[in-house]
Write a protein that binds this ligand. Structure first.
Ligand code: ZN
Length: 166
């Protein structure tokens, strides 16, 4: 079977979809399923080749991951401003307790946040990682979050561990 090119599908390729199955073939012929923290480096250095099965749409064809940068951006291994809306810099944030928070002393509280640095939050996981690094914030990424826009401002509703807020 001749693998298709994932690069040809561009950013439409479902790099992070749960149904995408990765197969890594190392240069000694070892086949492993799934990816780990070292997959990108091994594939980039030529120690292995990375393939993926995209079930469904293309009758489960085999793809070769021939655009490793796209793979790495999709997985957050290298920063992707276009995908995340976030610059790789120290964000200028303003926040206050949400007026809808009914338990302001709970371990997680709802806040309203604005970014003064022209970033937009398109990917909460990336923003949470940056804020953990920059300010020690512990932003919940499993639950819901929201955004509302008006009068040139975008306000985000996030849940953050109260004691991590500084
Ligand atoms: Zn920013």
């Amino acid at each position: 079977m001749q693998p298709r090119s994932a690069a040809a599908a561009g950013s439409d390729f479902p790099y992070t979809s749960r149904t995408t199955c990765y197969i890594e073939i190392s240069d000694d012929g070892t086949v492993s399923h799934g990816t780990d923290a070292g997959t990108y480096e091994r594939a980039r250095s030529g120690k292995s080749r990375l393939f993926a099965v995209w079930p469904g749409n293309w009758s489960s064809d085999l793809f070769i991951i021939d655009d490793l940068d796209e793979y790495a951006r999709a997985h957050g291994i290298i920063h992707d401003q276009a995908r995340t809306g976030l610059d790789d810099h120290e964000h200028q944030v303003r926040w206050k307790l949400s007026p809808y928070e009914t338990k302001p002393n709970g371990s997680y509280i709802s806040i309203e946040l604005e970014l003064d640095c022209d970033c937009t939050i398109e990917d909460l996981k990336t923003f949470a990682g940056q804020m953990r690094h920059q300010r020690g914030w512990d932003i919940a990424t499993s639950g819901g979050w929201g955004r509302s826009s008006g009068q040139g401002h975008t306000t985000y509703s996030l849940r953050v561990r109260r004691k991590s807020l500084t």
